[in-house]
Design a protein around this ligand. Structure first.
Ligand code: TYC
Length: 120
């Protein structure tokens, strides 16, 4: 009997080393796991410092992370007290863009605010 599985969630890769055109006793039937790897996600982190004004951080969170004023104020206070907080989780490309936007905005306003990303 050919080793054929009729009901399988996996793709059957039939390697036709023989020349009978289909499954037979001499066929090699390989089960491969479907490759359903999700792309990795990245946390965007905001770091505390002693100089960036609180209102500026709140504005950054509203402007680049779509937070309401209340949400932004709460996250800003968390960073201020704990030193760091996750402000969002994104694909690599989106996370890089957010970090770049925050760093550029802070630099243009001459604040030392730091924003980084790390793999989840
Ligand atoms: N620690 C700053 C201050 O007292 C406020 C601040 C909050 C700065 C969050 C950066 O990511 C930050 N002015």
């Amino acid at each position: 009997m050919p080793h054929t599985i009729t009901e399988s969630p996996f793709r059957l890769a039939n390697t036709p080393f023989d020349d009978d055109g289909g499954n037979s006793d001499s066929d090699i039937v390989v089960q491969t796991k479907p490759k359903t790897k999700r792309p990795p996600l990245y946390k965007v982190l905001l770091l505390n410092d002693d100089y960036t004004p609180m209102e500026f951080v709140v504005h950054v969170l509203e402007r680049f992370f779509g937070m309401t004023h209340a949400e932004a104020f709460e996250i800003m206070l968390t960073v201020h007290k704990k030193g760091v907080a996750v402000v969002g989780v994104f694909s690599h490309e989106i996370a890089e863009t957010k970090v770049g936007q925050v760093m550029d905005f802070a630099r243009r306003h001459q604040h030392p605010l730091q924003c980084t990303m790390e793999k989840e």
